[in-house]
Design a binder for this molecule. Structure first.
Ligand SMILES: Cc1cc2nc3c(=O)[nH]c(=O)nc-3n(C[C@H](O)[C@H](O)[C@H](O)COP(=O)(O)OP(=O)(O)OC[C@H]3O[C@@H](n4cnc5c(N)ncnc54)[C@H](O)[C@@H]3O)c2cc1C
Length: 387
């Protein structure tokens, strides 16, 4: 049980949990086997208005804060599902809400809120530049009322299940800007219009069912009116969106952690070996107890980050630390749960191995643990920059 939830917030988490109860482990397991997309589940969440939580009411959303949005994501993962199938819409939306022009907001947000448009893809990572986003190579050249884009993205998740994609591009060559964070821009790509016109999408098989793809872009034309925010200031807009992303991912990890705890402790109580429940042995109890303590501590940091974010105050350190601590705690919980299950932890029917693979991702994406540690060391502790 998290601290400080209002009755309304508790109701949100319970209501999402109720939706999730129609999609048990068997549903996710089948999708995992077939690499399928949870269309039915995402539709149910959309119809319930849950994915429009961050869209202001005047555009048809429910105008909730990041804390409420994080509770929605947490509830999905705590139920045994995987919010990664739909989490991008939440934080990508924030880029449009904060940085988009009024005509852009009016055009897209009501359609997204109503579920007629899906904004699920964010093309940032590139094969050659990796974590060093300032070195983005995908370039967009302004020609009259269009941008013409060339480049390549990798690990662009859910693009095949999205109508729109936010794309990070370089609009001013790196050697013509005074700061390496300048000259980047964000374009909104209408994927239906783009299909077959300079964009090729190839699925990339990974260790978890994540619908991620390589994207090859050669002469894609994007209307200039689809520029989000100011040209050349895309890095700033990206950073703004990242705090929301960190908080939401932290919440997913907390949901995962709680799922592992519930699953691990139930098994520890029931499994009898050497004539007693394995959970009676401290060798089984202590790793579970430690992981639980770490999940709860990460949860507090999630609350602090969300509170600052919703108050419009700077929250970079807290959002990053929440993601770091929650990803570590969920991974620790995953290990404890798997170990508690012995051989059955590896058996697909128990879902532990699937969730184990799913939560492992958060040590690497959307930002790797090392990069957060660097941020904390340099930006919070004032240590010399390493890159
Ligand atoms: C399943 C999946 C889904 C994804 N979905 C998306 C998506 O939808 N959109 C998107 O844009 N991206 C997505 N990503 C990409 C993800 O954000 C990147 O993989 C991640 O940011 C790391 O980048 P990289 O893989 O290029 O690793 P690299 O940058 O090559 O880093 C490799 C390793 O070196 C470490 N490292 C690098 N530099 C330093 C340093 N200076 N100090 C210490 N350690 C360092 C990193 O921490 C990492 O462990 C996804 C990735 C996966 C696996």
């Amino acid at each position: 049980m998290s601290v400080g939830l209002s009755e309304e917030q508790q109701q949100i988490r319970d209501a999402v949990g109720e939706v999730c109860s129609d999609y048990p482990g068997e549903y996710w397991r089948k999708l995992d086997e077939t690499q399928g997309y949870p269309t039915r589940f995402v539709n149910a969440l959309t119809e319930g208005g849950w994915l429009a939580a961050l869209i202001p009411e005047r555009y048809g959303g429910s105008g909730l804060g990041i804390l409420e949005a994080s509770l929605i994501m947490e509830a999905i993962n705590a139920s045994g599902g995987n919010a990664a199938a739909c989490h991008a819409q939440m934080y990508i939306m924030d880029v449009i809400t904060r940085r988009g022009t009024e005509p852009q907001r009016q055009r897209y947000l009501p359609e997204i809120a109503a579920g007629r448009l899906r904004l699920q893809a964010f093309g940032v990572t590139e094969p050659t530049t990796g974590s060093d986003t300032t070195q983005t190579q995908t370039r967009a050249e302004r020609r009259g009322e269009r941008y013409v884009v060339h480049g390549q993205k990798v690990f662009t998740s859910r693009i095949e299940h999205s109508d729109l994609m936010l794309l990070l591009v370089r609009t001013t060559p790196a050697d013509q800007v005074d700061k390496k964070t300048h000259g980047l821009s964000i374009l909104l790509v209408d994927l239906e219009q783009a299909a077959g016109r300079g964009i090729e999408v190839r699925p990339l098989r990974t260790m978890l069912n994540h619908h991620t793809c390589e994207v090859f872009i050669d002469g894609l034309e994007v209307p200039a009116e689809n520029l989000i925010g100011e040209e050349g200031e895309g890095f700033r807009a990206l950073i703004d969106g990242l705090n929301a992303e960190r908080i939401l991912i932290a919440a997913e990890c907390i949901g995962d952690g709680d799922w592992f705890m519930e699953k691990g402790c139930s098994y520890a109580r029931e499994r009898v070996v050497f004539g007693r429940p394995i959970g009676q042995n401290q060798g089984i109890q202590f790793p579970l107890a430690k992981a639980h303590a770490h999940i709860r501590a990460a949860d507090l940091m999630r609350f602090q980050a969300a509170e600052l974010y919703d108050a419009g105050r700077p929250c970079g350190p807290q959002a990053n630390m929440a993601k770091l601590l929650a990803a570590d705690a969920s991974w620790e919980a995953a290990n404890a749960c798997l170990q508690t299950h012995g051989g059955y932890g590896f058996a697909a029917d128990y879902d532990v191995e699937r969730k184990f693979r799913e939560t492992r991702l958060y040590q690497v994406a959307p930002i790797s643990t090392n990069l957060i540690l660097s941020y904390v060391a340099e930006r919070v502790l004032g240590l010399p920059r390493s890159y």
